[in-house]
Design a protein around this ligand. Structure first.
Ligand SMILES: Cc1cc2nc3c(=O)[nH]c(=O)nc-3n(C[C@H](O)[C@H](O)[C@H](O)COP(=O)(O)OP(=O)(O)OC[C@H]3O[C@@H](n4cnc5c(N)ncnc54)[C@H](O)[C@@H]3O)c2cc1C
Length: 816
């Protein structure tokens, strides 16, 4: 084949909507020298049979951004690439049966408004006006999204393909990739049945085949792609004369209906209906040895399985009785891939240089447009416009084995439209990684949550407390946990508490020149030997890439500690830049941490017996023995009281936890810690600290040394920002909050204008107030400014606080 390309800047494996959108966006960014390989015809995977719904709804900021962008792109794409296609923006009505659901909708409406979308709350009468065929007697209301609609997925893919080709990108159909080889310089050879292609970057966009394609990358540092495949069905009804008459009368289709509390969508398809349930009684495919994944499933479907969805169909016929007047004309039952949280994998492939993922899409039609943009940004710039941690492949680490993926995929599918209450921990796939003190924590009433697969106590229940799942179904602050969190915070304030914190990400870094290299990586300075501090890593825009605690054992020997979930993300930041001669090792699973904090913590250590010097100042570190066990003591407290972190090898954690609790430390959980850290204004990773904000916006000025000689990443951007001034600024707010504290991304209002957003919020038990951290227009970041925070649709008064901690502003208690 003479025109077979033997070289490309990027090779994309997979020609579904996502791969094609990625190619289109790469070409738009000027990277036209790219090739897409499709083993069959474009759309042969999940794309051809998708229902084509394009919602914008999400309570995740990044997902909403991605989906909103898709709707904007799809609306103009046909004209832009001269490929007409069927895209109907019919609007959608999302029904609420409960007050909690209405609260969720109001939150989404507020986020949508911030993104420029006119999402509206409807009363039952207003629902009926827009959808005359519906029964509304038992509904609380609905959310109306004018941007929602449906698109023909095949036309969409072809339009993106045409756009990409017109700009010079190449699409090779009927050309399966058969493997990859990485060259010494980290570039690639992608093998196909028709020949090899040399490429700088490779993208796995193989849809439900992503795990298979992912295996090829294992020799180069890759892992098994965390995913599974569900069977998903929709039913097409016969034509219904009333629908035809209605369409003719009003001149447009019915809005798409989603009865999320029952778990289905119902859409007008021509003059009939398309009904798509997400049934709790669901079916995984290709998950067991007796149901192996075929080598090729192009353009294939499974047989109908209507029993599974019977209850939902019956419910839908009661909601829209017109549906029951027609028969089923066709059933589509196709494969839909799921990552363990139901969100796709978009971004750098963990462990592998110059390889990316854009795969495992559960809503690939709705997200495909935005996903292509994000993927192209990752490759061409190394960062994305919006913080995309929610979809970052590195959010999963070593615990996502096959059973886990299947259990979580089924859980997510069966609860596709469920509300994600802040107090609820999803039960599937638990106990993947346990602290050596786990049994003790459980025995003391620990109510657990999973953090990078590690089980940690969120709160400690006392006998008689309601620990049922039902009790957690609230957005409100109140619940069985509230009094316990208060008691745990009180103990930390007045006495001493202990939190078993397994799974901190922990890297050792050593070798001649380590300190000098690290200075060139971080924005600020390094601690002296025997001390620790916080260090920040910026991206090219000066935005907050990550935060690490730096513990300095010797001139060129450091331990870096970061959030549990940041393990692979942060390790790669270091590894990918590491010069020869330095050694970087990951010890996250070998050590545990106990936070021992409170004004009596010094007495407790003394009582336990330790030769450690407990007079060493705040932020000092020392090797020690506590109760006869070797460990390291770091004098620091994320809770903002006198305290030490005990870092010890796993073998000693259970005994140390027993010794500390026997000596009187009260166990506290992550929710108490969250409250305590908010009172100190300490930022949490991927809430307050994200690539949505620069370090200066984040109020981290004291961690940026622009005058140091090292040319760290982001320095030029931060210098420029320093001169121009920030446009928004991190603030602490006290909120007159009512029953609910402000969740992440609650909108801030001032004089009827949107002026910012919260990045986290909770009740502060020491200061007895509802606290929110957030970002506000810089001119309003002045103590005493009164604004409003929109919390689940209710605007609540809030006041900007002084730029200092609410609790112990002078840090006297930590330094005691
Ligand atoms: C019944 C049903 C209804 C759905 N409805 C909707 C909906 O309404 N809205 C929505 O947003 N989503 C919907 N989805 C989900 C949607 O179909 C998928 O999320 C989307 O199609 C995924 O697109 P993709 O490009 O990631 O994967 P795919 O479309 O599966 O594309 C992957 C491509 O990779 C190719 N490939 C694999 N291996 C190789 C190789 N070695 N070499 C070359 N090529 C390879 C495959 O042939 C395939 O074409 C639905 C899914 C189902 C099953």
């Amino acid at each position: 084949m003479s025109d077979f390309p033997t070289r490309a800047r990027v090779v994309i494996i997979g020609g579904g909507v996502v791969g094609t959108s990625s190619l289109y966006h790469l070409a738009k960014a000027g990277w036209t020298d790219c090739v897409l390989l499709e083993k069959n015809e474009l759309t042969a995977g999940s794309t051809w049979h998708a229902a084509g719904n394009v919602p914008t709804f999400s309570t995740s900021w990044s997902i909403m951004n991605m989906q909103r962008y898709s709707t904007e792109l799809y609306a103009r794409l046909g004209d832009e690439v001269d490929y007409p296609m069927n895209y109907h923006q019919t609007g959608s009505i999302r029904l609420a049966h409960t007050a909690e659901r209405m609260q969720e909708f109001k939150r989404a409406a507020s986020m949508g408004k911030y993104q420029g979308m006119d999402l509206k709350i409807l009363t039952p009468d207003e629902i009926k006006e827009r959808y005359p065929f519906i029964e509304t007697h038992d509904l609380m209301g609905a959310l109306y999204d004018p941007n929602d609609g449906d698109i023909d997925p095949a036309q969409l893919t072809q339009a993106l393909a045409k756009g990409a080709r017109d700009m010079g990108a190449k699409i090779l159909r009927f050309t399966p990739a058969t493997g990859v080889t990485q060259n010494d310089d980290d570039t690639w050879i992608v093998h196909t049945e028709k020949g090899d292609i040399h490429a700088d970057y490779v993208v796995n966009a193989a849809g439900y085949y992503a795990q298979r394609v992912g295996e090829w990358f294992k020799p180069y540092g890759g892992r098994t792609v965390p995913m599974m495949v569900m069977s998903h069905q929709y039913l097409l009804s016969e034509e219904i004369p009333e629908i035809e008459a209605h369409t003719k009368a009003v001149g447009h289709k019915l809005p798409l209906l989603r009865d999320v509390d029952v778990s289905y969508y119902l859409r007008q398809e021509k003059h009939g209906f398309n009904l798509g349930p997400y049934e709790p009684n669901c079916r995984a495919h290709w998950a067991t040895p007796d149901d192996p994944m075929p080598d090729d499933f192009s353009f294939q479907l499974w047989n109908d399985d209507l029993d599974r969805i019977e209850d939902i169909v019956t419910d839908a016929m009661e909601r829209v009785p017109l549906l029951g007047t027609s028969g089923v004309s066709r059933v589509i039952n196709g494969p839909i891939p799921y990552a363990p949280d139901g969100l796709p994998l978009i971004g750098p492939m963990p462990g592998v240089k110059n390889a990316f993922e854009a795969c495992v899409f559960t809503f690939g039609i709705a997200q495909g447009g935005g996903a292509g943009k994000v993927l192209a940004e990752w490759i061409t710039q190394g960062f994305t416009e919006w913080d995309m941690w929610s979809c970052d492949p590195r959010r999963y680490t070593d615990y996502t084995d096959h059973d886990y993926c299947v259990a979580k995929g089924m859980e997510v599918y069966g609860h596709e439209y469920a509300m994600h209450f802040p107090w609820h921990s999803w039960p599937a796939g638990r106990d993947k990684k346990l602290s050596p003190a786990h049994a003790q924590v459980i025995a003391k009433g620990g109510q657990m949550g999973a953090y990078n697969g590690w089980e940690r106590a969120n709160w400690f229940a006392q006998p008689g407390d309601d620990t049922s799942e039902e009790a957690t179904q609230t957005w409100g602050r109140s619940g069985p946990w509230e009094q316990r969190i208060r008691e745990e915070c009180d103990a930390v304030r007045d006495n001493v508490g202990v939190l078993d914190l397994p799974g901190f990400s922990r890297f050792n870094l050593s070798g001649d020149g380590t300190a000098e290299w690290l200075r060139g990586m971080i924005t600020g300075g390094l601690p002296k030997v025997g001390r620790m501090n916080l260090a920040y890593f910026a991206d090219d825009r000066g935005r907050i890439l990550t935060e690490m605690s730096v513990l300095r054992h010797a001139d060129d020997f450091f331990t870096l500690i970061t959030a549990a979930t940041a393990q692979w993300h942060d390790f790669e930041i270091l590894k990918n830049a590491l010069p020869d001669g330095l050694t970087l090792t990951d010890h996250s699973t070998e050590y545990g941490t106990l936070i021992v904090t409170g004004p009596k913590s010094r007495d407790l250590f003394a009582a336990l017996g330790t030769e450690a010097d407990l007079t060493l100042p705040w932020l000092s570190i020392q090797p020690a023995t506590v109760a006869g066990h070797p460990c390291a003591l770091a004098r620091v407290s994320f809770a903002g009281e006198l305290g030490w972190e005990i870092h010890a090898a796993n073998d000693h954690i259970a005994d140390l936890y027993k010794a500390v609790t026997d000596a009187g430390a009260k166990p506290f959980g992550m929710w108490a810690l969250n409250s305590l850290r908010l009172e100190k204004g300490y930022r949490a990773w991927k809430g307050d600290l994200s690539t949505d904000y620069t370090l200066f916006q984040g109020g981290l000025d004291r961690f940026v040394k622009l005058d140091k000689p090292q040319d760290f990443r982001g320095k030029a951007a931060l210098l420029a920002e320093k001169q121009q001034g920030v446009t928004k600024r991190f603030v602490t707010l006290i909120v007159e909050a009512g029953d609910c504290d402000a969740p992440y991304m609650s909108t801030l209002w001032h004089n009827g204008e949107i002026v910012g957003e919260t990045t986290s919020g909770a009740w502060g038990y020491r200061v007895n107030a509802s606290i929110a951290l957030g970002m506000i227009r810089a001119d309003l970041a002045v103590a005493g400014t009164e604004i409003e925070v929109e919390i689940y649709g209710e605007r609540r008064k809030a006041t900007v606080q002084e730029d200092q901690p609410l609790w112990d502003a002078e840090n006297e208690r930590i330094r005691a």
